[in-house]
Design a protein around this ligand. Structure first.
Ligand code: CDP
Ligand code: MG
Length: 190
């Protein structure tokens, strides 16, 4: 049940100077930092992180948002997805991100909950995207841009494993005991 997950504090959050606030939100829940660094991604890394498999996923998600907002369009989900994935790869290569590997109990799901929905407009207050952003997927994509949604977090444990390997070399990840680990380890004594 103890998992590791990959988080990127995206360029918009780094440029706004709220990286520390975002990191604090994870830390205060007891998630443990096991890897942290600032990276300006190569094109190769950006393409491996945002793979072609993402094209239909973001294309369909955006089409739904456009349809719900009554935005008329002729592009197919594939075309929309290609435009967005190219844009977000560009964002990753043009600006630095802070890459984090966090560890904790069911960390992947827990982190996703703290991050909130992809479109900040739909993300609940209390989540990072809900509290710090208001841009909708629809608005960003009619401007032919990727959305400024502050943060990336692995979607499931398999994605987490692949993404951690992509962003961190094994020697960049640390193993140590946190205060939370001490509490969890000593649960039986209570
Ligand atoms: O990040 P999350 O897992 O919530 O969403 P995703 O469906 O895996 O999409 C990956 C990323 O694509 C999002 O976080 C956005 O950065 C980007 N995206 C976008 O910029 N505009 C859209 N209309 C849809 C996705
Ligand atoms: Mg995702």
């Amino acid at each position: 049940m103890i998992e590791r997950t990959l988080i990127l504090i995206k360029p918009d959050a780094v440029q706004r100077g709220i990286a520390g606030e975002i990191l604090a939100r994870f830390e205060r829940t007891g998630l443990k930092i096991v890897g942290i660094k600032m990276v300006k991604a190569s094109q190769e890394l950006a393409k491996k992180h945002y793979t072609d498999a993402l094209i239909p996923i973001v294309g369909n998600k955006t089409k739904k948002d456009w349809d719900a907002a009554g935005i008329k369009h002729t592009e197919t989900p594939e075309q929309i997805g290609t435009m967005i994935v190219n844009s977000i790869r560009q964002m990753l290569t043009n600006h630095p991100v802070i890459a984090l590997c966090l560890e904790g109990i069911q960390a992947v799901e827990n982190v996703r909950k703290i991050v909130g929905s992809t479109g900040c407009k739909d993300a609940l207050p209390g989540t990072i995207r809900g509290d710090y952003g208001h841009v909708s997927l629809g608005y960003a994509s009619i401007k032919k841009r990727g959305i400024a949604n502050l943060i990336h977090a692995s979607g499931n444990p398999q994605e987490a494993q692949q993404e951690i390997t992509l962003w961190f070399a094994p020697h960049e990840l640390q193993t140590y005991k946190s205060a939370h680990d001490e509490h969890i380890l000593h649960l039986n004594d209570w």
